[in-house]
Ligand binder design. Structure first.
Ligand code: GDD
Ligand code: MN
Length: 380
């Protein structure tokens, strides 16, 4: 066949690299321009003779991470960049990098040198020994996470999240939220279809869904300080993670996104009451008008929070922010009418006041969630 001839010809081409990669290193990167050239060299040193390729998955970082990666690649052809446009999110980036890997083994690590690349050969050894998944753990063997946790609170929070995660995955791993993990390429293919592309806890997702089928090993490492740039995982990510945990706890019955939406909705209640009080009691505006003002005030803050947290991966900015706000008002206004109608019906059928009220609120929350997800935050 024609294409076989081509491949034999290419085998003899001295311009081509001689060895196919044994390992693909996936580096999700957002604003890591300064770190890329350094980490590429460090990985090379750590891997010694192991043929490898490095895939930087950039989400169109404004600091030029993609350009820097391409310029590194000009002298080091084992490096390449996937530049994703109009998308954000760590899990999705990791998954896309793993799917683009050519080697039979893939590893994901931070691009900021917080993960110890000198552990790579040890992790590879575990795979060779039969492991399906090897987790770089910040805690194994009584080792405390290193200086990488700036704040005590973050270290504590991380410990708590680890225990919760273990409860839910039903499997004891010392660091189920690590961002440093290696697996066989076929394992990555197996999990790819079901693992969530939203959020950032891809390893947790894999362990919680496939933990019982996989041979999982752990390799300790010292979590180092970030060299340049700043962490992208802040408070929002913690809130998103709690949503994910509860969702898993209910066996996926309640989607994490809806929980966040409902949580934001409850915060809206506080805004509503505060605005109502301010307008009516402090400014002396009539009750009905105050109530309407308070309603839209709460809708506005709900929209802003949902845009950051619940739909942070599809965050609307610029003009689309304002257009989104208008559709959000429209949908929630319909939801509010539905809420009143539904609770009234329940009440007529003899439901106690609080059940009627609560079920009306729940119905409208479900409606608002489903419709704004489709309309306001639809995939562009
Ligand atoms: N492409 C892409 N898109 N990359 C991203 C995004 C994104 O939206 N968000 C973060 N990254 C990249 C960062 O550039 C970095 O290389 C890596 O993903 C991890 O992000 P950091 O911002 O460095 O996270 P961290 O060091 O605070 O968090 C650590 O702990 C987490 C668990 O608690 C890391 O070890 C994480 O990997 C880990 O999940
Ligand atoms: Mn990091």
């Amino acid at each position: 066949m024609k294409h076989q001839t081509i491949s034999t010809e290419m085998d003899g081409d001295p311009r081509l690299p001689t060895a196919a990669p044994e390992l693909t290193v996936v580096l999700p990167a957002y604003n890591e321009a300064e770190n890329i050239p350094v980490i590429v060299d460090k990985i090379g040193e750590a891997l010694g003779g192991v043929a490898h390729e490095i895939i930087v998955v950039d989400d169109d970082s404004p600091d030029g991470t993609a350009e820097v990666t391409r310029s590194v690649a000009r002298t080091r052809p084992h490096v390449r960049c996937i530049r994703r446009v109009g998308r954000r999110g760590l899990s999705g980036a990791c998954l896309e990098g793993m799917m683009a890997a050519n080697a039979p083994v893939v590893v994901v690590m931070d691009a900021d040198m917080q993960h110890d690349e000198t552990r790579l050969p040890v992790m590879l050894g575990q795979i060779a020994d039969g492991a399906d998944l090897v987790i770089g753990s910040r805690y194994v063997e009584g080792k405390k996470a290193g200086g990488g946790f700036h704040k005590k609170s973050r270290a504590k929070g991380s410990e708590l999240a680890t225990s919760l995660a273990n409860m839910i995955t039903g499997r004891y791993t010392t660091d189920p939220m690590s961002g440093f993990f290696m697996m066989r390429r076929d394992v990555a293919d197996m999990v790819a279809g079901t693992v969530s592309r939203e959020g950032f806890k891809i390893l947790f997702d894999i362990v919680s869904r496939y933990g019982s089928e996989l041979d999982i090993r752990e390799v300790p490492f010292e979590f180092r300080e970030r060299v340049a740039g700043e962490s992208k995982l802040g408070f929002l990510v913690t809130v998103q993670f709690l949503g994910l945990l509860v969702s898993r706890f209910t066996g996926g019955l309640i989607p994490a996104q809806f929980l966040l939406f409902a949580l934001v909705g409850s915060s809206g209640l506080l805004v509503h009451l505060a605005a109502l009080y301010l307008a009516n009691s402090a400014l002396g505006i009539g009750f009905v008008l105050s109530q309407i003002l308070a309603t839209y005030m709460a809708m506005t803050t709900n929209f802003a929070f949902n845009n950051e947290v619940t739909f942070g991966h599809r965050k609307l900015t610029g003009k689309r922010f304002w257009a989104g706000l208008l559709t959000f008002y429209a949908v929630c206004s319909i939801g509010a009418i539905g809420n009143v109608a539904f609770s009234e019906r329940m009440f007529e059928f003899g439901a106690p006041v609080w059940i009627a009220g609560l079920s009306g609120a729940l119905m409208s929350a479900l409606f608002n969630f489903a419709v704004t997800k489709l309309v306001t935050w639809r995939d562009a």
